[in-house]
Write a protein that binds this ligand. Structure first.
Ligand code: SF4
Length: 251
């Protein structure tokens, strides 16, 4: 089987623990206003690559990945669910740590056939990094084009399977920086027993030039990058909600 791979990065430092080989898969059904990878949106535009070819690339630098592993991201990697499963199953045969970075948007808990495929993928997945882009369904829709039902269903599924979870949240001024929303996100996270880490990331404008190259207008024109101090503040609000809720969580 071959996958549509946008690109790879040999020494990723922000996509999971340790130094990682990062695979960016092509295709995404969302249109996040702050997306800095619009060149990954259209499925089928990139060259096809097999799992074996990716693992050959990984093994060229294998010594560097002792505390890291392989991360599959995108775009939205779960659009190519079967391919990710094949890649991860082959990676686990070589004792490689596997991490999936996803928005969770394609998860549909009422699709039994798809659920079986997710069960198969989870057998080979060591860690999931889940982007929860907004805790409020309507605001999630305004920010990404879809509400967050599938995302939160996926988080519940991962908790049930006890798959280690890192949550990521991008903070954008005027879109995902409201204090009450951030506290609400924290209260929600307090109930996830498999939660291992929370990354709060500041919005940046590094993707602007890609929009120009693609002839697309930039949706957040005029919105300034968030400072790291503002991101720290946002995280403190999330943690406030988290701490308020934690005593109420059944263990
Ligand atoms: S999910 Fe990721 S790749 Fe897709 S639009 Fe959002 S930020 Fe871009």
């Amino acid at each position: 089987m071959a996958g549509f791979v946008h690109s790879t990065e040999s020494f990723g430092t922000v996509d999971g623990p340790g130094l990682r080989f990062v695979v960016f898969l092509q295709g995404c059904p969302l249109r996040c206003l702050y997306c800095h990878n619009p060149d990954t949106w259209e499925l089928g535009k990139e060259k096809e690559t097999t799992a074996e070819e990716l693992l050959v690339e990984f093994n060229k630098n294998r010594d560097f990945y002792k505390r890291g592993g392989i991360t599959v991201t995108g775009g939205e990697p779960l659009l190519q669910l079967d391919f990710v499963t094949e890649l991860f199953s082959k990676a686990k045969k070589q004792d490689i740590h596997t991490c999936l970075d996803t928005s969770g948007i394609v998860f549909n808990k009422s699709n039994a056939e798809q659920l079986k495929k997710f069960d198969a993928l989870m057998e080979y997945t060591d860690l999931v990094m889940l982007d929860i882009k907004h805790i409020d369904p309507e605001k999630h829709k305004a920010l990404t084009g879809a509400d967050n039902k599938n995302v939160l269903d996926f988080a519940a599924y991962l908790e049930e399977k006890n798959i280690p979870l890192w949550v990521r949240h991008v903070v954008v001024s005027g879109h995902s920086d409201d204090k009450d929303d951030l506290k609400r996100l924290g209260r929600y996270l307090a109930h996830l027993k498999n939660l291992k880490a929370l990354d709060v990331l500041p919005y940046h404008t590094m993707g602007v030039s890609k929009y120009k190259e693609l002839g697309l207008s930039y949706p957040l024109e005029g919105v300034e990058s968030l400072t790291s101090q503002q991101a720290v503040k946002a995280k403190s609000y999330i943690m406030e909600g988290f701490r308020d809720e934690r005593p109420r969580v059944k263990r």
